[in-house]
Design a protein around this ligand. Structure first.
Ligand code: SF4
Ligand code: SF4
Length: 125
């Protein structure tokens, strides 16, 4: 299975109006549970990243959607992990150079779909 890593540039929430978009809740995107999350609240699993690191992250459904994505919506909104609360695809797009984005997508560490969403939203601003 190929993973991408849900990886905000920091854990300070940057507001974004996602509307009906849920691209970063799909595609085997790893949501890593941090030490500041409620450890016993989430359904998690241990995963090995393409770079060899081992992390505890939310489980997936069989289709690669997040365990908590139900009927296209986050079923634990308000209680979703800090990584989800802080994630902003526009900030993620800006954080990397074009070369870094290409490399990280190839390595399975970033999602092309999510970066495309970030690019699109930046162009609409
Ligand atoms: S990809 Fe961007 S707009 Fe879509 S849900 Fe994620 S953060 Fe929101
Ligand atoms: S916990 Fe909610 S916001 Fe986070 S990836 Fe899963 S469905 Fe999306």
């Amino acid at each position: 299975m190929r993973f991408t890593l849900h990886k905000p540039t920091n854990l300070t929430p940057i507001p974004i109006d996602c509307g009906a978009c849920n691209k970063c809740c799909k595609g085997n995107t790893l949501v890593v549970i941090t030490e500041n999350d409620r450890q016993d609240f989430y359904v998690t699993q241990t995963y090995k990243l393409p770079d060899g690191r081992v992390v505890e992250a939310l489980q997936f459904q069989a289709n690669g959607d997040c365990f908590y994505l139900i009927d296209g919506k986050c079923s634990i909104h308000g209680e979703h992990p800090l990584v989800c609360q802080a994630f902003n695809c526009m900030a993620e797009f800006c954080h990397y150079s074009r070369q870094e984005r290409r490399l990280l997508i190839k390595q399975g560490m970033l999602s092309a779909d999510v970066l495309d969403e970030g690019r699109k939203r930046l162009q609409q601003k």
